[in-house]
Write a protein that binds this ligand. Structure first.
Ligand code: ADP
Length: 310
């Protein structure tokens, strides 16, 4: 699962709740620090690019000195990212690959939305608090400079952009306990069943009652289209939201249908395991399609993998 939210939203509180319940934590902030620790190749590369002055007398990265050189223009910022991003990516992969098979992996990624990383997770959890609440907490509880906090908030994704990728939305306008209770409920009702269903290759049950049109169907459609692209890659030639829930304004059974077009049924079979591992086990096969259904009890989705009409 990817966990994100604006600075000061309450990610640490939610992460703590998940970790207490046994989540395997891959901590983006910590990795970002680790790859430039004293004596690392990462720090040496930074010194080569930005000058030896960015290393303090204690041998550690002097962050203000680096910021003064790396945040002056786009060119320098890109140079900084071209050094740190691959190192962070490699370390993240290493830690993720080392997780036990049945682990629920928690990636705490502050810039998940900005980095367009949502499709790479089974679930994206977003912690939300209004910007003025975050500002107040950052300044009064974390002792951050008000202007600094304001400019960081302004530089990040908007609430609307975060809402668009959120499979789980945690409202942190109340108390920390209320926030933790939402995380516990998500853990028990979504994450554990999803993990168990993926391990067993079983789909979550689909609702069969007809409901009024819900604009959320279009958002789920968009998210799942992105997710299926991430799982199928070049094996698919098109991935689209189809069926009754794709018709704006129309009542329907609340099951989002996604059509993934592949070359032929052999390709459809070859991607079966990738879809199953990604949260969409196969439930049926016919002459015209391979049918996959979401393993997440909170997301009713059918994925129809169909050969393109020749
Ligand atoms: P993030 O990790 O998303 O940047 P934090 O979890 O560190 O945010 O929260 C920011 C600050 O606000 C911290 O000092 C935290 O203790 C405090 N905080 C978080 N949630 C609440 C809440 N519901 N009520 C009051 N303070 C909170």
């Amino acid at each position: 699962m990817g966990l994100t939210g604006g600075i000061g939203a309450g990610k640490s509180t939610v992460a703590k709740t998940f970790i207490e319940r046994g989540a395997y934590h891959v901590d983006a902030d910590r990795i970002a620090r680790e790859v430039v620790e004293p004596g690392t190749p990462g720090l040496a590369q930074l010194a080569e690019a930005f000058g030896p002055e960015i290393i303090g007398v204690d041998g550690a990265l002097d962050r203000p000195a680096l910021a003064a050189r790396a945040f002056v223009d786009d060119e320098s910022r890109k140079l900084l990212n071209s050094i740190t991003h691959p190192l962070i990516g490699a370390r993240t992969k290493e830690l993720t690959d080392a997780a036990p098979a049945d682990a629920i992996i928690l990636h705490d990624v502050p810039l998940l939305v900005e980095g367009h990383m949502a499709p790479f997770y089974h679930l994206v959890a977003v912690v939300h608090a209004d910007a003025d609440v975050r500002l107040d907490r950052l300044v009064n509880l974390r002792g951050m400079d008000a202007d600094d906090a304001r400019s960081r908030i302004a530089a990040q994704a908007t609430d609307e952009q975060r809402r668009a990728v959120a499979d789980l939305w945690f409202d942190n306008s109340g108390t920390p306990d209320q926030l933790a209770a939402q995380a516990v409920a998500a853990w028990e009702e979504r994450l554990i069943p999803l993990r168990d269903n993926v391990a067993a290759g079983t789909a979550a049950p689909l609702p069969t009652d007809v409901r009024d049109y819900d604009p959320e169907w279009a958002l789920v459609g968009q998210r799942v289209v992105g997710r299926i692209w991430a799982l199928l890659g070049a094996n698919a030639s098109a991935v689209t939201h189809v069926g009754p829930t794709a018709v704006v304004g129309q009542a329907a059974e609340p099951v989002v249908d996604i059509e993934a077009t592949v070359a032929d049924l052999a390709v459809a079979d070859s991607v079966s395991d990738a879809l199953a591992g990604g949260g969409f086990p196969r439930v049926a096969s016919s002459d015209v399609e391979r049918l996959h259904v979401s393993a997440d009890p909170g997301r009713a989705v059918r994925v129809h993998v169909r050969p393109s009409a020749h």
